[in-house]
Each structure stands twice: as structure tokens, then as C-alpha cells.
Design a protein around this ligand. Structure first.
Ligand code: UDP
Length: 239
């Protein structure tokens, strides 16, 4: 287990993307059930308001810093984390592992059409992956039939793209149905895999300005980003 770095009550793993992939690959090979949360400032803030959700996040095997806000927060607390690990990149690296190892992957979430396009692209780009199954994310509550469908597919990896908090809640509520598998909430990643939403060009990402690019491309997200200064302030107060 790696060293932990606490930011507003959420304990992040002190790890790089390369180390994380190595650890996760080991666990996949050992068929160890694994829950990964890629937490951004929004998730950390939400966990502060919802103790049940916080428990779910804390129950994960790995909590990965997704977003420059977490890196800045940890630095302000004089307990820096090595690097930002975008959830989308972690998912792509895991898809590479699945491709290489010919693993079974289940995709749960996003709109039906978006999901179908994403699945087509995945089949082309990762021919070694066995698509264990997929289902859109617009179902009510924790539909037991859907959980059973995922269970019956016996997947090695399950990507849950329902947005937070629902994706982590889904994983936590259904984890007991599985004896193996890597489970990870991936937010809007299927929208990117489908080609519907574009990621920021490399230079923006390198400058840690991915958030600004997203804001320009999807201005409706401004409300969700407006809390970032609030997050920073909260972190400062805990100093
Ligand atoms: N979504 C879903 N079911 C719902 C609500 C959302 O499958 O009931 C999907 C939505 O289509 C999108 C993803 O969940 O693909 C959430 O994306 P968002 O950009 O909100 O998440 P973020 O990446 O910001 O966490």
C-alpha cells in the first residue's frame, strides 16, 4: 500500500500513473477485486457534504488525484502528491492492459447512442479486448437486472460512466456480487471515447489548463467549476 495524502478528509494514494498501472495490472493478474476512485475537487467537496458518499470513496482500494485542484491543495498542505492522474488517461491505460491481456471488459453508462459509438471505437482501437457487455446509463436507481447482467458477464474490468456520485454508489452497492474485477467510475469518458466530446489538445493539458479548455467548449460546466476557489479556501482553512 502506498503512502496516503489527506485532502479535506479524503486519503489520496501517493503514486504516479505508471506506478498505479503497475499495481492495478498485478491485481488484475491475481484476480483481486479492486475499486478505484478518481477524485477531483468536486468529488472531495461533495464527500464533505454527504457522509455516506465519503464512506464509499474511503472504501476504495485506490483514490487517485484527478484534477490540478487536488495537486494544488495537497501542495498547500505541505504534503505534495507526485502528479495529476486524469481518470480518462488511467482508463485508456487500463484499456491497453485489457487489450494486451485479452481481458473481458464491461461498459456501463452514457446515452445509448454515445455508448454504441464508443464501443465501436473501442473494438477498432483495442482488438484484443473482449467486450463482456455494455448498457446505457439512463436506468432508474440501482436496477437489479442490470447489476445481474454485469455479474453474468463475469468481467475483469467494469467502467461505470454514470457521473458522480451515482457511479461510485453503483460500484459500492453491487460490489458484493463479484469475486473479481476492477471497478472504476469514469464520468464523461464514454462521451470522449465516442468522439462526441474532445479532450483538450496536448499543450493545454501540459500547462494544466484542461479545465479552462473544457469550460470554453462546454460553458454549461461553469457552475460546476465555480466551487474551485471555495475548495481552495477550505483547504487553506484546514492548514
Ligand atoms: N449519465 C448516465 N446516466 C445518468 C446521468 C449521466 O449515464 O443518469 C452519463 C452521461 O451521459 C455522461 C456521464 O454520465 O456520459 C457523466 O458525465 P459528466 O461529464 O457529467 O461527468 P464528469 O466527467 O464531469 O464526472
Amino acid at each position: 500500500m502506498s503512502k496516503k495524502v489527506e485532502v479535506l478528509g479524503v486519503e489520496f494514494d501517493h503514486t504516479t500513473k505508471t506506478e498505479t498501472i503497475q499495481m492495478l495490472t498485478k491485481r488484475l493478474k491475481a484476480r483481486k477485486k479492486t475499486f478505484v476512485v478518481t477524485a477531483n475537487p468536486e468529488i472531495v467537496m461533495y464527500a464533505q457534504r454527504d457522509p455516506e458518499y465519503k464512506k464509499i470513496v474511503q472504501s476504495a482500494d485506490y483514490i487517485i488525484p484527478d484534477g490540478i485542484g487536488i495537486i494544488m491543495g495537497a501542495k498547500m498542505l505541505n504534503n505534495p502528491l507526485p502528479e495529476r492522474i486524469p481518470g480518462f488517461e488511467l482508463m485508456k491505460d487500463l484499456l491497453d492492459v485489457a487489450d494486451r491481456e485479452q481481458l473481458k471488459v464491461f461498459f456501463l453508462g452514457a446515452k445509448e447512442q454515445v455508448l454504441h459509438k464508443a464501443i465501436n471505437n473501442i473494438q477498432q482501437d483495442y482488438p484484443g479486448i473482449h467486450i463482456a457487455g455494455y448498457h446505457h446509463g439512463f436506468f432508474k436507481g440501482n436496477d437489479p437486472d442490470i447489476a445481474k447482467m454485469v455479474q453474468a458477464a463475469n468481467p475483469d474490468m467494469v467502467f461505470v460512466a454514470l457521473g458522480f456520485p451515482r457511479q461510485e454508489q453503483w460500484i459500492s452497492q453491487n460490489s458484493h456480487l463479484f469475486s473479481k474485477g476492477l471497478f472504476m467510475g469514469v464520468g464523461g469518458s464514454f462521451d470522449v471515447l465516442s468522439g462526441k466530446v474532445k479532450r483538450a489538445p496536448a499543450i493545454w493539458r501540459k500547462l494544466n489548463m484542461e479545465w479552462l479548455y473544457r469550460l470554453i467548449k462546454q460553458p454549461h460546466r461553469w457552475k460546476r467549476m465555480a466551487f474551485l476557489p471555495l475548495f481552495m479556501l477550505k483547504v487553506l482553512r484546514t492548514k
